[in-house]
Write a protein that binds this ligand. Sequence first.
Ligand SMILES: O=c1ccn([C@H]2C[C@H](O)[C@@H](COP(=O)(O)OP(=O)(O)OP(=O)(O)O)O2)c(=O)[nH]1
Ligand SMILES: [Mg+2]
Length: 152
Amino acid sequence: MKTPIELKILDGRIGNEFPLPAYATPGSAGMDLRAMLDAPLTVAPGQTVLIPTGIAVHVADPALAAVILPRSGLGHKHGIVLGNLVGLIDSDYQGPLMVSCWNRSDNPFQIEIGDRLAQLVFVPVVQAQFTVVDEFAASDRGEGGFGHSGTK
Ligand SMILES: O=c1ccn([C@H]2C[C@H](O)[C@@H](COP(=O)(O)OP(=O)(O)OP(=O)(O)O)O2)c(=O)[nH]1
Ligand SMILES: [Mg+2]
């Protein structure tokens, strides 16, 4: 069962020349977001550019969020990842979905109009309410962290 999410088309090429974001297979977790550029764009090595996706989504339910993640092929083979590493879309955000595109490679990378650049994943969210305490009940781990258990 899929969850209905409102979407606004901000760029008329989406839904015509380029399809709405969609799950590529029944088991896909993400749907690809396209670079809705006016012209092809070359991202220089080390450069970060903000790319419009041509859509807005209103997640609306505070128990949900969306995350923008890199595509593994672009990230691994071409060093095209996200300037914010992961994009988090708040449930009350109604503005344009933007992709921060970081070329972390040593080579220029050309983005063509409509290229699938990143992916959008909807995730459940639990909002916490803090209870301030002086001491925590003892746990197996305690305060150990940051590799204290070693690697072997
Ligand atoms: O890759 C991203 C990350 C965020 N956003 C939008 C949706 C998100 O709800 C909003 C704010 O993002 P975030 O809270 O991560 O950024 P901020 O720097 O804390 O901005 P703000 O002060 O607006 O919360 O920007 C995007 O379109 N793409
Ligand atoms: Mg914020």
